[in-house]
Design a protein around this ligand. Structure first.
Ligand SMILES: *Cc1c(COP(=O)(O)O)cnc(C)c1O
Length: 386
């Protein structure tokens, strides 16, 4: 049977239309956008057209979009760039326990210098309380970085409210929208952000290309030094095929966004309901409704995430787990710990993230997982049916 992929939160395949749009920029139109001749001009036109399309989607100005090598670089650029640019004003950064490592690690790096970082807790559904943000701000606070949709548990944060608090206090607000750009409708003004990170390979674009939205007037210290590309904000020759592919992916998302949100939400809720009906001692992780339309994260008591993942893989179903063995540290996911999940449940967690082509395979997943769990529980000394 054809293997099915339920790991769109990790990466997505390139849409064939994206690949087709990119191809000429590897060969015929290979020029360097910084060159002054006709070859360069053609490439530059493509880059600027892509920038305009993406900016329009975010309701931003083209000059506010900086192309990077991906979500990780954009997050590093936002966090470190804002911290260094504003060090004359203060040294305090606020973030949360459930951020991606690509935000937490730059924060920890800055802590080794003279910056101080407050890491806010979340509630049992993974939500940040905007009042906690308000209380954490001091006159030394220069940056708040809170993600939009969580990649593990799917919870969507009340960004507009947090953004308003930040703006009232003159603090830069960064969000990483890697899991939401092209998956949920929003503009940069809706979210009240100065900085927003995104990555093409999470929305049917290619890997190795991302963007940072930088609101006009926002000061950032560049950390790639070299040529004068991107208005001196990010040196290095443009990844022209990647940029063209990113814009194509956004254009395709724009056309299908509403339908996709509707369809995926229905499949998500069918999966959640089905799992809870077919198995006992199953807990949904993350907020029940304020969550990514394509994300299902469950903990199944008395089974190991790795065991389920590998059994499902043998049966042709790919997903991911927040359990320990998938990480070098042997600690369960920091996000599952942050929502207060006991270790046993965190070790039995699975994430299913759906995408455009998977929706029809939901029934197969619903038929496949419960027998796998039953089999593993039969050999588990801890399991007692309730
Ligand atoms: C994938 C992902 C990243 C990393 O993006 P890259 O483009 O792979 O560097 C960062 N944050 C979140 C939430 C992600 O899902």
């Amino acid at each position: 049977m054809k293997p099915v992929y339920f790991d769109y939160g990790a990466t997505t395949p390139c849409d064939p239309e994206v690949v087709a749009a990119m191809l000429p920029y590897f060969s015929d139109r290979f020029g360097n956008p910084s060159s002054m001749h006709a070859f360069g001009k053609k490439a530059k036109e493509a880059v600027e057209e892509a920038r305009e399309g993406i900016a329009a989607f975010l309701e931003a100005a083209p000059g506010e979009i900086v192309f990077t090598s991906g979500g990780t670089e954009s997050n590093n650029m936002a966090v470190k760039g804002a911290a260094y640019a504003r060090r004359g004003k203060g040294n305090h950064i606020i973030t949360s326990q459930i951020e991606h490592h690509a935000v937490l690690e730059p924060c920890h790096f800055l802590e080794q210098e003279w910056f101080e970082v407050t890491i806010l807790p979340v509630d049992g559904d993974g939500l940040i309380n905007p009042d906690d943000v308000r209380r954490a701000i001091t006159d030394k606070t220069i940056l708040i970085s809170i993600m939009h949709g969580n990649n593990e548990i799917g919870t969507i944060q009340p960004l507009a409210e947090i953004g308003r608090i930040a703006r009232d206090r003159g603090v830069y607000f960064h969000t990483e929208a890697v899991q939401t750009l092209g998956h949920l409708p929003f503009s940069v003004d809706d979210l009240h952000v100065e900085l927003l990170s995104a990555s093409a390979h999470k929305l049917y674009g290619p890997k190795g290309i991302g963007l940072l939205y930088v609101r006009k007037g926002t000061r950032l210290t560049p950390f790639m030094h070299g040529g004068e590309q991107e208005n001196r904000r990010r040196a290095s020759t443009h990844n022209v095929p990647g940029i063209v592919g990113f814009a194509k992916a956004i254009e395709l998302a724009r056309g299908s966004l509403e339908k996709e949100v509707r369809d995926l939400t229905a499949f998500r809720d069918k999966l959640i309901g089905g799992f809870q009906k077919e198995m006992d001692q199953v807990k949904l992780n993350g907020h029940p409704t304020q969550r990514l339309p394509n994300n299902v994260n469950i903990s199944i008591a008395h089974v190991e995430g790795e065991g389920m993942l590998l059994s499902l893989d043998m049966l042709g179903i790919a997903c991911s787990t927040g359990s320990a063995c998938s990480s070098a540290s042997l600690a369960p996911s920091h996000v599952l710990m942050a929502i207060g999940l006991p270790h046993e449940l965190a070790h039995g967690s699975l994430r299913f993230s759906m995408g455009r082509p998977t929706t029809a395979d939901v029934d197969r997943l619903l038929e496949t997982l419960p027998p796998v769990v039953a089999k593993l529980r039969a050999i588990s000394p801890l399991y007692r049916k309730t």
